[in-house]
Design a protein. Sequence first.
Length: 230
Amino acid sequence: MPTRVSGVAAAALALTPSPAGNPGPDLAPTAITFDASAATVGHRVEFDSGVTNDGDTATGGFNVKWRVDSREVGAYGSHEGVPRNAVMMDGNSRFAWTFDSPGLHYVEFTVDADGHVAESDEDDNIRIAVVNVRGAATGGSPGTRLLGGVDLRAYCVAKGYEREVLQGDTAYDWRCEADENERDHISMTDACRWQYGTADVIDRVADFHNPYSWQCWGAGTDTGETAVAG
């Protein structure tokens, strides 16, 4: 059974436009963190995130939601308002899930899930973590070591860009964006090395047609062949 984000019923929130000339609030989730070593079939995995408000206006309360593999899992509830230019890590933004099948799974956290807050940017309210779930009996060759997925938004921001953008339908269509006129290709190898703090890492895409299937592996390990669907 999933852990509910909150047992509090969603409140009816009024949509209040930002004052003229004020850039207004801009809510976004922080990176989703979890213990990749706990991602095994039948084991409870704890996920944690936070909420940033990069705008110059504080928000009132809003609703948040977690989903697994694009499915509703009952993890929906209220979150208190976030002050302007602030990060709130201790709000209602934790979630736990027990996976019942091995393979790649996608855990999604959405802030302002109902669109009640008038934001200066409505396109950055979702964060997705890629979770590689191992079977109860892991098997595999000795030394095989999956490090985890890659947080492209955090990587792009660390490199001085505004965000990551997906400009196509394949795993190779991710770009770092400074503005609409400046988008640069992302080296997934560099992103993996940045995220895990070591040069001994390689990238792998599990499914060419799934943009969220990138993985980071410890160098020298057997990642298997890349699976291209279709």
